[in-house]
Design a protein around this ligand. Structure first.
Ligand code: MG
Length: 178
């Protein structure tokens, strides 16, 4: 524990400058992920695939939750939260498959960023951050699996309308209480 100059009591040891910067970068990436998924939701809103639209909207909400976890953690450790502006997300795709392929590539990029941050926290001996990041590593395994499964299924159904609408129907159940 330490006490900041303004009297604020901070749990655990102080964040190093490099960890603080990297956590803020990850916060920005999570917020931009939310924006990417909202762009995908917007695309699906203009198609008959209301289930995929719903799936993307749920994903958007999850990314916001991820961002909030970083936001709170930086503050908890006495770091300075630094927000960045967001760039315009893509909201035009050729097919549902293309949107989910972009989503998978995006999740792989996020996984790499989380792992790099984990490695940095380890080398800086910031074990509280190492522990905090473990949840995100598990979460990324799940994210890649979920999106990857949909990509494979969409590839399998191809242009088959029945198959597409079945997948859409199934995707629309995401986040619903059963
Ligand atoms: Mg995320």
């Amino acid at each position: 524990m330490h006490i900041r100059a303004d009297g604020f009591i901070v749990a655990f040891m102080k964040l190093s400058t490099i960890i603080e910067k990297s956590l803020n970068e990850q916060l920005a990436l999570e917020l931009s992920s939310a924006h990417v998924y909202l762009g995908m939701a917007a695309y699906f809103e203009h198609t008959p695939f209301s289930g995929f639209a719903r799936w993307m909207e749920v994903q958007y909400g999850e990314e916001l939750e991820h961002a909030k976890k970083f936001f709170k953690y930086i503050a908890e450790r006495g770091g300075k939260i630094k927000l960045q502006s967001l760039s315009e997300p893509k909201s035009e795709y050729k097919t549902a498959l293309e949107a989910f392929q972009v989503s998978l590539a995006h999740e792989q990029k996020v996984s790499a960023a989380i792992c790099a941050l984990y490695e940095l926290a380890n080398s800086e001996k910031d074990f509280a951050t190492v522990s905090f990041l473990k949840w995100f590593i598990d979460e990324q395994v799940e994210e890649e699996k979920n999106v990857g499964d949909l990509v494979v299924k969409l590839e399998m159904v191809g242009d088959n309308r029945n198959g597409l609408f079945q997948l859409d129907h199934h995707a629309g159940k995401r986040g619903q209480k059963s």
